[in-house]
Design a protein around this ligand. Structure first.
Ligand code: GDL
Length: 633
């Protein structure tokens, strides 16, 4: 459905440039492309009807956690789900919305395997039989290197494998008049492999649409020049996958503000704009209605006016009751939200403004509940918003109970002295081999898990060149092979803050992953510089479910990226099995610094994943729980 919607640019017209026109987007829409709970069938039906109403043209089906889309992509949809998909396709047609179906085989596919290809086509054909004519091959967030020997032999590089698969699938679809879109493994300027992308741009058939999320995964601003630059690499205009208002990366948070920061002349440099929304379908309609306004008339778009009109259109005169929600959650992923100190590390939490906001939100909920008796549209919205109030309350209560925080004059203050460690000058020389016999009289500290001591201990020492660190685990049942990923098995993860002035994880920092020795998978330690900053760093800092290692290895693979961090030069490590568990030693050049910040976590997996941390903060999986190691005392 390529519709050209050219609108006159009044400003240029006023300047006498009547020839020039700023294009509207060829199409705009929604991609259900988030992690976490997919929308329900009812949510999707409501969304498609809403899209038809506001003029959003394309819906892309790509929920990461629909097993039939990603983890079990080979399997056809069972009858119930097939029928539901059928109903969605019909509803989309009735609403004037194009339905695209995407599949994400990249976690497990062997690109060179003919059986895998046959399964992929069989699955796509099952969906095509429902009347779907547009498909997506999505290989975002999959291992960035080829993982099967057969593929390494057949293709050599991931790019070549992706080009071959995409073109083959494209030919299969094109033969019957259907189209293909590709989300490649490098889909943002923020990180990834540009050589890979250039190969994709050069090799993938021109008819295939390629998606791009902008300068970052979630981008505060996106300009036409940035889209054109990316388009040059792709050798075609990108389709913009806009990661607003998606909230899968901060599940305590809602995004109810209007679209902003997308340039007025962006449409000409892209083929369309597709927004990835929240797991909350009805709440998403508020910002999505503003996307429709922006896409229709980018140069006339006024975010404030648009959000007002969106609320009015959706909820009529009851819209006012939503104001407290729009106020508290009207900001963006790159802004600091009022509740953020409860989730992203902060030494001081101002309790009063948080409690005030919670009181107002509670009142708003009561009003919405009351109005929903006569205004049906509010019911679904109310039910989506309610848990977000409860969640902040519970988190506040949890931190208030935590002995690592103390209450002082209406503040919750983290006892940061708990995270200060002195590394004493060593009197004996340390041999970095994992044998801890020279550490017997060291000052051992227990690691912590949710405020409790664990049976894992750590000690520090220093000399003129190195900071030495020893870890002794004292638990049995070390699981050395935990599924596909090294990071899912037992391991020690250390992040060293290379730039203590930035207060966050980011590009200069060093990541060291030490698996137990003699593990079945023969996993090697990983020493690598962190390859990201911006959105990704903040997203990780806010992630309470996924450990840093899981994220890092699933996104970047275990092939270390070139180590650029100065501290990696001369770094040594050793690990060893012991009677009680395993031990590790690390020597880190301290480059004459008088203090270092590092995060140290030990993951054990027998009987469920447990993460113990050197820091006593209540964020066990969080890599920014840095402790301060003093070297000068
Ligand atoms: C991503 C994922 C997307 C996820 C989003 C926000 C793309 C291409 N992929 O990187 O599924 O919802 O971040 O967490 O954006």
């Amino acid at each position: 459905m390529k519709r050209f919607k050219y609108l006159p640019l009044t400003v240029l017209a006023a300047l006498g440039c009547t020839e020039t026109q700023v294009p509207a987007f060829e199409f705009s829409g929604v991609i259900e492309g988030f992690y976490g709970p997919p929308w329900s069938h009812g949510d999707r039906l409501d969304m498609l009807r809403f899209m038809g109403r506001v003029g959003l043209d394309v819906y892309i089906y790509a929920p990461k956690d629909d097993p039939f889309h990603r983890s079990r992509w080979r399997e056809p949809y069972p009858e119930d789900e097939r029928q539901q998909l059928q109903e969605l396709v019909v509803t989309a047609q009735q609403a004037g919305v194009e339905f695209w179906y995407a599949i994400s085989p990249g976690l497990t596919i062997t690109y060179s395997d003919s059986t895998d290809y046959r399964d992929l086509v069989r699955k796509i054909d099952q969906v095509a039989d429902l009347g779907v004519e547009h498909f997506g091959l999505f290989v975002d967030d999959v291992p960035p290197q080829l993982t099967h020997d057969a593929d390494r032999k057949a293709f050599g590089t991931l790019a070549r494998a992706h080009v071959a698969l995409t073109n083959k699938l494209h030919e299969h679809l094109a033969a019957r008049g259907q189209t293909l879109a590709l989300t490649p493994t490098t889909y943002t300027n923020a990180w990834g492999d540009l050589e890979y992308l250039a190969e994709i741009g050069a090799g993938v058939a021109q008819e295939v649409t390629i998606l791009w999320t902008g300068p970052d995964v979630a981008s505060p601003t996106i300009s036409a020049a940035q889209a054109s630059d990316w388009g040059r690499l792709l050798r075609r205009k990108p389709l913009l996958w806009d990661n607003y208002p998606v909230n899968d990366y901060a599940r305590w948070r809602l995004f109810l503000g209007p679209f902003t920061g997308r340039a007025a002349d962006l449409a000409g440099a892209t083929i369309g704009i597709i927004a990835n929304p929240m797991n909350e379908a009805h709440a998403s309609m508020i910002p999505l209605a503003t996307l429709a306004d922006y896409a229709r008339d980018p140069s006339g778009y006024d975010p404030r006016q648009s959000i007002g009109a969106a609320l009015e259109m959706l909820y009529g005169e009851d819209a006012d009751a939503l104001n407290p929600f729009v106020e508290v959650f009207g900001d963006y992923g790159w802004d600091e939200n009022l509740f953020e100190p409860l989730y992203i590390l902060s030494d001081t939490i101002y309790v009063a403004p948080i409690e005030d906001a919670l009181t107002q939100l509670q009142t708003a909920l009561t009003n919405l509940e009351r109005s929903s008796a006569t205004n049906g549209a509010l019911r679904a919205l109310h039910d989506e918003l309610e848990p977000f109030v409860a969640r902040q309350r519970e988190r506040l209560a949890e931190l208030s109970r935590d002995p690592a925080y103390e209450e002082r004059n209406g503040l919750l203050v983290y006892r940061s002295e708990l995270d200060r460690v002195v590394a004493a000058q060593t009197t004996t020389s340390v041999v970095v081999d994992g044998d801890l016999s020279e550490w017997q009289d060291a000052d051992w500290r227990p690691l912590y898990r949710s405020g409790r001591s664990t049976d894992i201990r750590v000690a520090f020492r220093r000399d003129d060149e190195f900071l030495y660190l020893a870890v002794a685990t004292q638990y049995r049942n070390i699981r050395v092979r935990g599924g596909r990923m090294l990071g899912e098995a037992d391991h020690i993860a250390i992040v060293i803050d290379g730039d203590p002035t930035d207060g966050a994880i980011g590009k200069d920092d060093l990541f060291v992953l030490l698996p137990p020795p003699n593990n079945i998978a023969n996993a090697e330690p990983v020493v690598t510089a962190l390859p990201f900053e911006g959105f990704m760093a903040k997203w990780l800092a806010d992630n309470h479910a996924l450990t840093f290692t899981e994220f890092h290895l699933s996104t970047f693979g275990s092939d270390p990226s070139p180590v650029v961090a100065p501290m990696a030069d001369g770094l040594e490590y050793g690990t060893r099995r012991t009677r009680t568990g395993y031990s590790a030693e690390l020597a880190l050049p301290h480059l004459g610094r008088d203090r270092l910040r590092l995060s140290l976590t030990v993951t054990s997996t027998a009987g469920g994943k447990r993460v113990a941390s050197l820091s006593r903060r209540n964020y066990p999986a969080n890599p920014t729980t840095f402790a301060e190691i003093r070297l000068n005392q």
